[in-house]
Design a protein around this ligand. Structure first.
Ligand code: HXC
Ligand code: NAP
Length: 282
């Protein structure tokens, strides 16, 4: 659906780009001609993703860094730009999450997730935003949140609070930095199977329950997220800013709608019950 050189001449940093959804976005961007920079803490997935991009004919560089640490982020960007040239797009994808009853969270647990998601997003956004303002670059940022950024969610409190903060950051900066031509948008995926997310969040029979909550009847796919992330980085999205695009097969709408639970039952049964309630014709 996209021209093969759509992103030629562009350079994007994808945080957490060595695994899961970050990797999918990095690979797709590279396939469409962008030069890719990725970061994360573990070197092995970063190396592997860059090798796969190179094997497919793309250009990618990595650096190991912890997005919680502003100084480390600054150093990483200097190191990456020395290899890639100026970065003009950022995907804040790195995240931490786990299931835990909120009363059992240790200070370190809350701190860890909020620092990765909220501080990490701020650190990378400010480090590149400053450069873009100075260089008069029309940069673009995509923040990967999730639908509970506005709904909230039990048992993932640090993530919910941090993602809500990231959404507020997206909307705040979209207005503040529009004058510099910098765009910020968010993508809110529902469940998309990745090792990182599903190993931490889908214990026991939860995967089946999660699937049953999705009106579209299936989980999302990384390539669907990647194609949306391409659009938001592309020139076609020049006037799209401050937006959050949901990609969840209508999952969150269903959970908030009084009668939407009917969609979990076979439609013929639902119709039979509804019809049985209709007033009889006189
Ligand atoms: C309670 C936990 C815990 C758990 C860790 N902690 N796991 N507490 N339940 N399951 C606590 C530790 O005891 C410690 O607190 C603190 O958290 C930090 O743990 P460390 O292991 O020292 O930290 P670190 O190595 O920095 O690891 C960060 C992490 C880990 C967030 C805990 O899970 C991680 O590296 N995650 C990165 C990848 C990830 O989470 N991917 C999934 C994103 S999916 P104390 O107080 O003892 O020091 C996602 C999807 C959302 O966001 C939407 C789905 C639909
Ligand atoms: P993932 O593979 O675990 O991705 C998280 C990435 O972040 C990893 O590459 C991890 O690498 C990196 N990371 C974590 N802490 C970091 C830190 N301190 N510094 C630098 N990098 C760090 O999980 P995923 O499913 O692809 O998630 C990607 C994004 O999608 C996240 O923002 C997540 O919240 C969002 N999301 C996912 C789903 C889903 O169902 N999969 C749904 C909604 C939203 P290291 O551990 O090596 O650092």
């Amino acid at each position: 659906m996209y021209q093969s050189d759509l992103l030629a001449g562009r350079t994007f940093l994808v945080t957490g780009g060595g695994t899961g959804l970050g990797r999918a976005m990095a690979m797709r961007y590279a396939e469409l001609g962008a030069t890719i920079a990725i970061c994360g803490r573990r070197t092995a997935p970063l190396e592997a993703t860059c090798a796969d991009i190179a094997a497919a004919g793309g250009k990618a560089h990595w650096v190991s860094t912890d997005v919680r640490d502003m100084e480390a982020v600054e150093a990483a960007i200097v190191e990456l730009e020395a290899k890639t040239g100026p970065i003009d797009g950022l995907v804040n994808n790195a995240a931490g999450n786990f299931l835990c009853a909120s009363e059992d969270l240790s200070p370190g647990a809350f701190d860890s997730v909020v620092k990765i998601v909220l501080y990490g997003t701020f650190n990378c956004t400010q480090a590149l935003g400053k450069r873009w303002i100075e260089r008069d670059t029309q940069g673009a940022v995509i923040n990967i949140v999730t639908t509970y950024a506005w709904m909230g969610s039990a048992f993932v409190l640090p993530s919910a609070a941090a993602k809500a903060g990231v959404l507020a950051m997206t909307r705040s900066l979209a207005v503040e930095w529009a004058t510099y031509g910098i765009r910020l948008n968010a993508i809110a995926p529902g469940p998309i199977p990745t090792e990182g997310a599903f190993s931490r969040l889908m214990a026991g029979g939860m995967e089946k329950e999660a699937l049953a909550r999705i009106p579209a009847g299936r989980f999302g796919r990384p390539d669907e997220l990647a194609d949306l992330a391409v659009y938001l980085m592309s020139p076609a999205a020049q006037w799209v800013t401050g937006e959050v695009v949901t990609l969840d097969g209508a999952e969150w709408l269903k959970s908030g709608q009084e009668f939407s639970g009917f969609t979990s039952h076979p439609r013929a049964n639902v119709k039979a019950v509804l019809n049985s309630m209709r007033p009889k014709k006189k």
